[in-house]
Design a protein around this ligand. Structure first.
Ligand code: NDP
Ligand code: 2IT
Length: 464
């Protein structure tokens, strides 16, 4: 047991201040990346105090520097014959424990900072899964909204025409993220196969007829709910009968809602980038199916849900102006599942005041630092994204294993592995937190548990 404990206060130690000062000088303007690192380094300070060998081997300085960043031009033609140029990226952040692994995001907000924050988080998350995968992330500032199927296909083919040189089943294995689902993975895989003449497990989230895994589409949302259940269990509670807030209405939000229903809870909100719906009667299975059709096939706005169902209210929100009013609706559990920085300090305080006792992050870094402090101070069961949403990448790694074996596992078998992995992440996070004197703090616990395995692998491999 350590004698040193981690400081919960907002005030930063001089070690953290100096580290962040140097990092921000080296990475000017990369606010999301700096935020993700700071959130982690506060936990790691105590680890390097206990393990001075990490400090002398420069592990912290190395772990915040991506091993490689690739940036490329993506040129494509729209349906009217107009030529467009987008930026494509792949951040190969850390490969110490396995091939780089992480999603591709297609969204107009994508830039180096966002992909570096996501890649950095992915290193710790992938380590927590206990599976042999390093961390990476990629994507483009391409905006898929309003684009035809043919345009999406041409963009994906153009994107892969550059990316294919840098990835491979033992090198770097991308998957989906915001704006990249089964359809896009199909087009990306087709182009990779054409260019290389190889059918390999170079991407995950593949279709079930061409190397995909059952439960991969469901895995992130299911996993976030399994994680919430484990957290609630520590207080003798369950999701049964609980009102839950879900944000987003994409892949993660949809399967979070499905699993909450399986476990007897009620989801009363969902959202998209333009607004949110509040359904006090709860989104039942039929209504969820309706949302899946709306979002996955018709590609419409969540506002349409309020027009099609009675007793539902819809409100616009402008997320650039602050957290969505969605978070002001009284509930007991919350599953932020849209994007980063959705919950600020004020929104977190309102959630706590209104009865939220459990927050499980399906999205990556959805809670801002002030919000995290509020949840921890108020003793909320707070599951940070790198632990709570690790189910998606975990089942991606199971897809890689099935592909290597040329085998398919049943739904039940994959789901059993997923539950087991989420349970182990929960346990490892709790144990690491207790070991460092911050029992019950999943944020520090996940950072520390994820870090140790990568740091030890880097030590074993020498100064590279
Ligand atoms: P989808 O593209 O399927 O859905 C994203 C949802 O979030 C949509 O409802 C979208 O609204 C909304 N959204 C996206 N960007 C913004 C924004 N800037 N402001 C407000 N709303 C926004 O993505 P996923 O469900 O796959 O991803 C959601 C989150 O989960 C992300 O943080 C992602 O990194 C994380 N994640 C995803 C994993 C996966 O396996 N897919 C694994 C682990 C984490 P609209 O429909 O209007 O675009
Ligand atoms: O953020 C994430 O973990 C993902 N987008 C999934 C990555 C993956 O490789 O399945």
């Amino acid at each position: 047991m350590s004698t040193s404990t981690i400081d919960h206060s907002v005030a930063r130690s001089s070690f953290v201040q100096e580290f962040m000062h140097a990092l921000s000088d080296r990475n000017p303007g990369e606010t999301e990346f700096l935020q993700a690192v700071e959130e982690c380094i506060v936990s790691l300070e105590k680890v390097v105090e206990r393990h001075p060998e990490y400090r002398s081997a420069g592990i912290l300085d190395r772990i915040v520097e991506p091993e490689r960043i690739i940036q490329f031009r993506v040129t494509w033609m729209d349906d009217q014959g107009e030529v467009h140029v987008n930026r494509g990226y792949r951040v190969q952040f850390n490969g110490a424990i396995g091939p780089y692994k992480g999603g591709l995001r297609f969204h107009p907000s994508v830039n180096r900072s966002i992909l570096k924050f996501l890649g950095f988080e992915q290193v710790f998350k992938n380590s927590l899964t206990t599976l042999p995968i390093g961390g990476g992330k990629g994507g483009s500032d391409f905006d898929p909204r309003g684009r035809s199927d043919a345009e999406i296909m041409r963009f994906c083919h153009a994107f892969m025409s550059e990316l294919f040189r840098f990835i491979g089943p033992d090198t770097d294995v991308p998957a989906g993220d915001i704006g990249v689902g089964g359809r896009e993975i199909g087009y990306l895989f087709g182009q990779y196969r054409k260019l290389t003449n190889r059918f390999t497990g170079v991407l995950t989230g593949r279709g079930i007829n061409w190397g995909g895994s059952l439960i991969r589409p469901e895995a992130t949302g299911f996993g976030a709910v399994y994680f919430a259940s484990s957290m609630l269990e520590t207080r003798g509670r369950s999701l049964e009968g609980m009102d839950c807030l879900v944000s987003g209405s994409g892949n993660v939000a949809q399967y979070t809602t499905e699993k909450v229903l399986d476990l007897g809870g009620r989801v009363i909100t969902m959202s998209d980038s333009t607004g949110y719906i509040h359904d006090p009667n709860g989104i039942d299975r039929n209504k969820l199916q309706w949302i899946m059709d709306l979002k996955n096939n018709r590609r419409g706005r969540i506002a349409e849900y309020a027009e099609a169902h009675s007793g539902v209210t819809y409100h616009d929100h402008d997320l650039s102006a602050g957290s969505s009013p969605l978070w002001r609706i009284p509930a007991e559990a919350a599953f932020p599942s849209a994007t980063q920085n959705e919950i600020d300090g004020a929104a977190a305080q309102v959630m706590v005041d209104n009865g939220v006792i459990c927050v499980s992050e399906g999205a990556n870094m959805p809670t801002m630092p002030e919000g995290q402090h509020c949840f921890i101070k108020e003793n909320v069961l707070y599951g940070p994204g790198k632990a709570a949403n690790a189910g998606g990448v975990a089942v991606s790694a199971l897809e890689m294993a099935q592909g290597s074996q040329r085998m398919y596992w049943s739904r039940e078998e994959v789901d059993r592995h997923l539950k087991d992995i989420m349970g182990r992440i929960h346990k490892a996070s709790l144990e690491a937190a207790a070991d460092y004197g911050v029992a019950g703090n999943y944020l520090h616990g996940a950072n520390i548990a994820g870090f140790r395995k990568v740091a030890d692998a880097m030590m074993d491999q020498g100064i590279i």
